[in-house]
Design a protein around this ligand. Structure first.
Ligand code: ADP
Ligand code: MG
Length: 677
């Protein structure tokens, strides 16, 4: 353990506050950049005060008294040669009151408001001015802070850091010149202490190259650290899974369809990874229904051909089970056994499977996170595939990493990741994308319908039911309460059952036992259930081609990715399909914007890109590695900058490794170590 770093000039109390801001070293203060500036370099005459502007005045106190209108407040009248101004304090200390004596000369700074009695400042900053006190020469920065840490002390510490910390560029001169970037020292100085006297636009223009430089550095640090983590894992060994193609050929021959060119391509990429002597670290992305499962099956067979085991793990029972059924349908005819492992399984059964897996008597295992629980030991795990990996917790992914330490890893996701995000937060993975859907799918028509027209929708369900088609009805997401969500689902089920006497209405939700859930799903697959009322448990993976209508209640409460996933449950067969987004009017502006995106786009990547624009990267990376630094300055919509950082990352790692280390130390400090795990 390294000695705890200290920040010169900070008491332990202040250091603790700084820690809350993520500032643990003096060098971190350099990168703690101002939110805005206040101009205390000038004095404005009271007559020239403009409402809404933050302004400094030099005044004399005329009077100060406590008023009660309606609540207790300190009202201080001040004046200069040109006019009168009111300073109003709703909270104040006796010490402040004491200073505000008639005749006292003050400098006050605050935002001017046009009040009933003339211009006023609410809670202005002020101090008694000394004779001949010079005006500050620089603008006053305002920093992000936390309760109990005042701007003045933060400013003092940061100013000191700017003088004491080594601001030597961490990038090689070649790179700085080649990209015509502003040097680091100049950039941080300009961001903390820009020249005074500029208009807001002029200031922004002057600082722009400095912000660009900082954003570039930040992206670069993130990518370097992720690439290093990638290289570290790559340095470990993994079995070469050179299959002889016997099983995969037989599977392909027996499939009722042919792989799409996109499936061929990603299969090839993964196949190639598996014959390397180091672990695969790949993410397979493909929109809902793009056909990831068959690719998973093929590469699992490659592991089996090579004499190893392969495991497939999914985040929910329903999903895992569906994979299990699909894999079994494809692979049992080839004479293979597919083992099933889940938490809700009978203990005896589970124990038997665990033993088989441990003894290597079964090569293929599908399951939930029961796969990585304690007590499960693989005999010879060669490949671990995780579906919808982002839905697993950090701890579970860590467990998987330990279990499959020496094995190849493939993550699959139907949540498309926008390109800039893939280049930044996902720089530690190779990415394969299935970018086309299998042929024969009919596009899904999306409709936005007010909940007031619910009866019309029920009519439509009735008509579809008569034609032998099937329908999903998704109940609202109620984030505050799972119990309430369940209640709503049960009520909806009762209501629809009463309204649709000719149809068999089923209900599936997260509280059902696994076998109950499975029974309902199986009935839906068999078309014994015509209308399936569900909570979001059906979100991913469910595959019933005969279902042609998806109704989503309170669509405005769902995330875009979720809506897209749900919509992807229909349009899987030849029938014309529709997705009806029921919303509760009136819609707020954001809700409207989001539903519009879903309504106008069917391409998951485009939806994801717009989602990134609307909500930022948090939603996509929330569940990624802990310790992954979030970007503070860089904007992932700046494709050019992200791309530039990606190229520079390669250069830094290959040509300038010492600079790369220095750069990481500056940006990530102690945290860089975390990422190498
Ligand atoms: P996802 O990528 O969402 O997991 P699935 O693997 O569940 O998609 O595939 C969706 C459906 O498409 C399944 O019924 C699957 O058997 C079928 N499918 C997969 N690949 C093809 C293909 N090349 N041609 C026709 N159907 C396919
Ligand atoms: Mg799937």
């Amino acid at each position: 353990m390294a000695e705890k770093p200290t920040i010169p000039g900070a008491t332990s109390v202040v250091a603790a506050k700084l820690g809350k801001l993520g500032l643990s070293r003096q060098a971190d203060l350099v990168l703690h950049l101002p939110l805005r500036f206040e101009d205390e370099t000038r004095i404005t005459a009271i007559v020239e005060a403009i409402p809404g502007e933050s302004t400094q005045f030099e005044v004399r106190v005329v009077s100060a008294e406590i008023a009660y209108r309606p609540r207790r407040q300190l009202v201080c009248k001040v004046a200069d040669e040109t006019g009168l101004l009111v300073l109003r304090f709703l909270n104040f200390y006796p010490s402040q009151q004491k200073v505000l004596q008639p005749g006292a000369r003050l400098r006050v700074f605050g935002e001017v408001r046009g009040g009933f009695w003339g211009s006023e400042l609410i809670h202005p900053r002020f101090h008694v001015v000394q004779d001949d006190e010079p005006l500050p020469a620089a603008l006053t920065p305002v920093y992000p802070t936390t309760a109990g840490l005042g701007q003045a002390s933060l400013r003092r510490l940061i100013e000191r850091a700017l003088n004491e910390v080594d601001l030597t560029d961490s990038l090689p001169v070649d790179l700085v010149e080649q990209r015509k970037m502003m040097p680091f020292r100049e950039s941080v100085r300009l961001l903390h202490a820009p020249p005074p006297g500029l208009s807001a636009e002029a200031l922004a223009a002057v600082q722009r190259p400095a912000w660009q430089r900082i954003a570039f550095d930040e992206l670069l640090a993130q990518q370097i650290s992720l690439r290093q983590a990638y290289a570290a894992r790559r340095a470990r060994g993994a079995p070469v899974l050179a299959g002889d193609g016997t099983l995969t050929r037989r599977l392909l021959a027996q499939l009722p369809f042919r792989l799409t060119p996109a499936q061929q391509r990603v299969w090839h990429e993964i196949r190639h990874d598996l014959i390397q002597p180091h672990p695969m670290q790949r993410l397979l992305q493909g929109d809902v229904g793009s056909g990831k499962t068959i690719v998973a099956a093929l590469v699992m067979l490659q592991a089996v051909e090579a004499g190893y085991q392969a495991a497939l793990m999914a985040p929910t029972e329903i999903l895992a089970e569906q994979h299990y059924r699909k894999l079994a349908a494809w692979l049992v005819p080839l004479g293979l056994e597919v083992a099933w492992l889940s938490g809700s399984q009978k203990k005896k059964e589970r124990q038997a499977t665990i033993e088989k897996v441990g003894a290597g008597r079964t090569a293929l295992v599908v399951g939930t996170h029961a796969l990585i629980e304690e007590g499960v030991e693989f005999h010879r795990l060669g490949l671990a595939i995780v579906d919808e990996q982002h839905r697993f917790g950090v701890r579970q992914r860590l467990a998987l990493k330990q279990k499959g330490f020496q094995s190849h890893q493939l993550a699959m996701s139907a949540t498309p990741i926008p390109r800039t995000l893939a280049m930044s937060y996902y720089a530690d993975l190779d990415v394969s994308v299935i970018d086309e859907l299998p042929p024969g799918r009919t596009p899904v028509v999306t409709k936005l319908v007010s909940a007031a027209r619910r009866d019309e929708i029920i009519e439509r369900v009735r008509a579809l039911g008569r034609d032998g088609r099937q329908v999903y009805w998704v109940c609202p997401l109620i984030e505050e309460s799972e119990a309430l969500q369940l209640k709503t689902a049960e009520e909806t089920h009762a209501h629809l059952t009463a309204e649709l006497p000719g149809l068999h209405v089923g209900l599936v939700h997260g509280r059902l036992k696994t076998d109950e859930k499975a029974a309902v799903m199986a009935a839906f697959v068999r078309n014994d259930i015509h209308l399936l009322v569900a909570t979001t448990v059906i979100e991913v993976g469910v595959d019933v081609p005969n279902a042609s209508l998806m109704v989503i209640e309170h669509a405005e409460r769902f995330g875009l990715a979720q809506l897209h996933q749900l919509r992807g449950r229909v349009g899987r067969g030849a029938a014309e399909s529709a997705c009806i987004l029921l919303y509760e009017p009136p819609l707020g502006e954001t809700a409207r914007a989001r539903l519009k995106i879903i309504y106008e786009n069917s391409d998951g990547f485009e939806i994801a890109r717009q989602d990134l624009h609307l909500r930022g990267p948090g939603e996509f990376v929330g569940a990624r590695q802990s310790g992954l630094p979030l970007l503070r300055f860089a904007d992932l919509e700046d494709v050019t900058l992200v791309e530039a950082a990606r190229q520079a990352t390669e250069d830094m790692l290959t040509r300038w490794p010492e600079h790369a280390e220095r750069h990481l130390a500056r940006w990530l400090g102690g945290r860089a170590e975390l990422l190498k795990a």
